[in-house]
Each structure stands twice: as C-alpha cells, then as structure tokens.
Design a protein around this ligand. Structure first.
Ligand code: ZN
Length: 293
C-alpha cells in the first residue's frame, strides 16, 4: 500500500532552492530533492555502504533492463544499483517517490526564500520504500535539522553572504524502529551481492563526501577569519575548494552552527586540533554523530 510520508519544517534562514527558473515550484523541488540525496549518499557511505557519484562519468548506476527481462525480477535489474539510486532513481529506474513541497496547510506552491516559513515535505510513494530507506531518509532530515543545512546552493555560498538553508524539522517522517547496526547490515548485504558496486566503491576517490569524515558543531558558528584559519591545516586546497568546486566548511550565524568534511582521517584530525586551538568547543566527528542516530 503506497503512502505519503510527510515532514513538517520551518525555515530558520531562507532556503536557497537554486533552480534556473526560481519561479518554478518544480525547480525548487528538484533542488531540494538533490540536497536530500547528497546527504543520503554521505550517510550511506558513512555507514559503510556504497553510494555512487552521480557527477562522475564512470561511477553511475543504471537499471539492468536485460537482467530484469530475463527473470522478471525487479531485484535482478537492481542488483548493481546503489542504495541512493534505488531510492532517488537513476537511468532506467525512476525515484520511489514524488517529492512535493507545500505550505503548512498543504497548499502549493510555497516560497521558502525567507525565514520563519512553515512548510511540508511530502514523499508521495510511487513504489513502496524499504524499511531501511525510510529510516535513512528520516535520519537525513534529523541531521539537517540538528547539524546541517538544506538546499543545493548552500555549499557554494560565499561566507560573507547571508545564511541560507537552516531549517527546523518540527515533525519528521514516520520511520520504523531499526537499529543503526541493522541498517548498516542491510547496506552491506546489497554491496556483498554486487561485484560491480564493490569495484566502483574501491575506485572512488577518498574525497567523496562520507559522513564519518564530517565534522559538526551545533553550538558555534565560525567567522570568515576562523574559516580561513581552519583552511590552513590543509595544504592540498581540498577544504578551501576552488572555482567550480565547493569549499568544504559551512558556517551559519543564524543557525549558530558549522559543518564540513575532510578528505581523510589525517585531515579530520588536523581540523579537530585546529578548532580546539581556536578555542571552539563541542565539535563532533561524523562517527560520533553517526553513533547517535
Ligand atoms: Zn547509484
């Protein structure tokens, strides 16, 4: 039986939905669904699972139509499709839900470009979500609410610009009672079943966002000087980003928070040490946050 999963939220800072046509509600929905997917992928990787990189030419999933036709089993077509693509879709396989934004009363469209707007995210099932998919999606919303931010362009926001993308999740989607270990076990099961996904996971660059290499602070924000200081720990330029490549540290005065991610454990340790030296307390490594989920 197909359901509509509804989350109720409120903008704390305007949400930049970043569509080319910003008047179009569909562009807004596409932008926010992309942001949810980005967090979903990072969480799957942080739990030891595999999520492809939809921006990489040689690391994408597609539904194996021939394998499906041969047996009539959807799972055969999906064997080499990563958990993120199973939920959000890939070539030959549509998303399991239609994503809709509505205002607090359920009316469309809703404009999220200012603070204090209450709104709904609706995941209208087209195919039934697996238990672990509902669990992961609810945890993504929790992460965004407690530590992160929402919206496609958040990650390209210059530090001196106003804050974007801080939201409060007032009511999360209903999720099954699963343990984090059980979800990790199911993700491992999908990976164990596909030599192709194992190969692609092994070939992924270490810089791909994975939640265990994130750092979060939900009690401090960083000014531009502190961010620039923090970027000094990394001579590779990964944290600082470059033209067309996002920086990796995001601070929100309005939300009184910052988050970011490192390319490897050594860089993460350097970031944590520098934050401590700057007198910033309470920064959590991603693995600590994962263990809270
Ligand atoms: Zn994929």
């Amino acid at each position: 039986m197909l359901q509509i999963l509804t989350a109720r939220l409120k903008t704390v800072a305007p949400v930049w939905t970043g569509g080319v046509d910003r008047e179009s509600s569909q562009a807004r929905e596409t932008g926010l669904a992309g942001s949810l997917r980005w967090w979903y992928e990072a969480l799957v990787r942080g739990l030891g699972g595999y999520a492809c990189d939809p921006t990489a030419v040689d690391d994408r999933c597609f539904f194996n139509e021939a394998a499906f036709q041969a047996t009539g089993e959807v799972e055969d077509g999906l064997r080499d499709v990563c958990p993120a693509c199973r939920l959000f879709g890939c070539t030959g396989w549509s998303s399991k839900f239609n994503f809709r934004l509505a205002d607090a009363q359920g009316r469309m469209p809703v404009e999220l470009g200012r603070e204090g707007v209450t709104f709904q995210m609706r995941f209208v099932e087209v195919k039934p979500l697996a238990e672990e998919e509902r669990w992961l999606l609810s945890r993504v919303l929790h992460l965004i609410d407690r530590y992160g931010s929402l919206g496609g362009r958040t990650t390209l926001k210059p530090p001196e610009q106003p804050d974007y993308g801080v939201v409060e999740v007032r009511e999360n989607i209903p999720a099954p009672e699963l343990s984090r270990e059980e979800v990790a076990r199911r993700l491992a099961g999908l990976l164990a079943n596909s030599a192709d996904m194992q190969r692609r996971q092994a070939a992924q660059p270490s810089q791909i966002p994975r939640l265990d290499l994130f750092f979060f602070n939900d009690d401090h924000w960083l000014d531009l000087r502190a961010i620039n200081d923090l970027m000094q720990v990394d001579s590779s330029g990964f944290l600082a980003g470059k033209i067309g490549v996002s920086k990796k540290i995001f601070s929100f005065r309005v939300g009184n928070r910052f988050w970011g991610y490192a390319a490897d454990r050594t860089m993460l340790t350097k970031v944590m040490d520098r934050l401590a030296a700057l007198g910033v307390r309470g920064t959590k490594k991603g693995e600590v946050v994962i263990n809270e989920l």
